[in-house]
Design a protein. Structure first.
Length: 465
């Protein structure tokens, strides 16, 4: 399964030597015919030990106790959690009986064999079910590679299905419009391209992005690379995927771009009120913590009264510590305290909540700049990511917010929330094209784990199923 958070510390892994190459193991193993020798201490010479009598090791002899041999392990039958709760031991093979001595009666001289009582079969013995904690290895060492690969494939398939369901409204809207344009058409003409332009704009892909896609399609038609409707659909799909993948070259597309020795990894989250910023922080903290990382949340939104209270609820729900102060405190001072706390507890990730400031408030934007300066003084390169949370439902209005934040906050990536609740999910393509910023995460539901890493290929494939 693809990890949600790929930035790991080396000391979290236990080295068992199971994956050591055969060559290295052969070096450590003594060669055939050689005996392993122990080197003498530096202050002890060979002559001093030459005459020393070596005590002979006592011979180990088996001690007869008269007890029966230890029975073999019990054989498990087809057990089920609901019915059978016992383990039945199979019967042991019975040794053949020795022949009985023959007795002769003196009167008639005929030999008669002494009959013994028929042997009774050994009854099955029931043993209480073992509750040993070692029946299943938490490291997966008792499972085959095929089992682990099957589980990974199942989890990836489950993620893909959830993501497809989340963009179902967008898929139905976009596919329905495109199918309507292509319905009954066999020839690609100017009228078809005009109707296709309207369909793409209606899906909130944006005017600029739509015109760019159509220009590429017209070039393909003129070169006779696109000659039928199916080829035209494939070309549209390739254009959308190319736009999304091109945006990953700008900003921060992965947390692995920052060296692992730089800790804590500071993520600053910005966005206007109502886009799901607090919920995103809670989900992000939960997903990162679930993979064994130490996470800390900084409640630097001291501008809104209920902001810290809402964040405290998410911190309690996810079990992540929260650094907060009273309302009206300088956000940069709260961030300073959080950075000190993160260093003291050796935290891996610090997620910083900021005020839901409107993008047209210059004084609030200057506050963001101050927080970035404080973070940069305490941790090398901080903040390492500045995520802008956008509501997919707002569509093109979110683009204007992003442009303003990009000027001051130095946004490095986008979190697109409520992707499951809009038919205009094409805004993802518009963001990637116009802002040249990668979409890092997507909110696809209300549950705590409904924040996923945005997959460009899975997104485009889901739109054209």
């Amino acid at each position: 399964m693809a990890l949600f958070w790929k930035r790991k510390k080396e000391d979290r892994y236990i080295t068992l030597g199971l994956n050591e190459p055969a060559a290295k193991l052969a070096e450590d193993k003594p060669k055939t015919g050689e005996r392993a020798t122990l080197e003498l201490p530096a202050n002890q010479t060979a002559t001093e030990n030459a005459g020393a009598a070596q005590p002979a090791s006592p011979a180990l002899e088996p001690v007869p106790t008269g007890a029966e041999p230890t029975p073999p392990p019990a054989r498990e039958t087809n057990l089920s959690d609901a019915s059978q709760r016992e383990v039945v031991e199979s019967q042991r093979p019975v040794a053949p009986e020795k022949p009985q001595p023959v007795a002769r009666k003196p009167e008639d001289g005929r030999a008669t064999e002494k009959k013994s009582a028929p042997s009774q079969p050994t009854p099955a013995r029931t043993i209480a079910p073992s509750r040993s904690p070692f029946t299943t290895s938490i490291l997966g060492l008792d499972r085959s590679m095929e089992d682990l690969q099957a589980e990974e494939a199942a989890l990836e398939q489950a993620f893909a299905n959830r993501f497809r369901r989340a963009i179902s409204a967008t898929r139905e809207s976009l596919s329905e419009k495109i199918d309507t344009v292509f319905q009954g058409r066999k020839v690609i003409d100017a009228e078809l391209l005009d109707e296709l332009e309207e369909a793409l704009i209606a899906a909130d892909i944006g005017v600029e992005t739509t015109l760019s896609i159509l220009d590429a399609l017209r070039r393909g038609i003129s070169r006779r690379e696109i000659s039928d409707i199916e080829a035209l659909k494939a070309a549209i799909k390739n254009q959308l995927l190319s736009i999304l993948q091109e945006s990953e070259r700008e900003g921060i597309a992965s947390e692995t771009s920052v060296p692992e020795h730089v800790t804590p990894y500071v993520i600053m989250v910005v966005g206007v009120n109502g886009v799901g910023k607090t919920t995103t922080i809670g989900k992000l903290a939960q997903r990162i913590k679930a993979e064994g990382n130490d996470v800390l949340i900084c409640a630097a939104d001291t501008f809104r009264a209920a902001a810290s209270d809402q964040l405290a609820i998410w911190a309690e729900r996810t079990g992540v510590p929260l650094i907060q102060q009273k309302q009206g405190t300088d956000p940069a001072a709260v961030l300073f305290d959080a950075l000190k706390a993160a260093k003291a507890r050796n935290s891996d990730v610090l997620i910083v909540d900021t005020a839901g400031r409107l993008h047209n408030k210059s004084n609030l934007m200057s506050e963001l700049e101050k927080m970035k300066r404080v973070a940069g003084r305490e941790v090398e390169g901080a903040p390492h990511e500045t995520l802008l949370v956008l509501d997919a439902v707002t569509g093109q209005n979110g683009l204007e917010q992003a442009r303003q934040f990009l000027k001051v906050a130095g946004v490095t990536g986008i979190v697109l929330t409520k992707l499951d609740g809009t038919a205009k999910g094409g805004i993802a393509v518009a963001i990637a094209k116009e802002l040249r910023l990668p979409i890092r995460y997507a909110g696809i539901g209300e549950r705590v784990d409904d924040l996923v890493v945005f997959d460009s290929e899975l997104y485009v494939n889901g739109l054209f199923e």
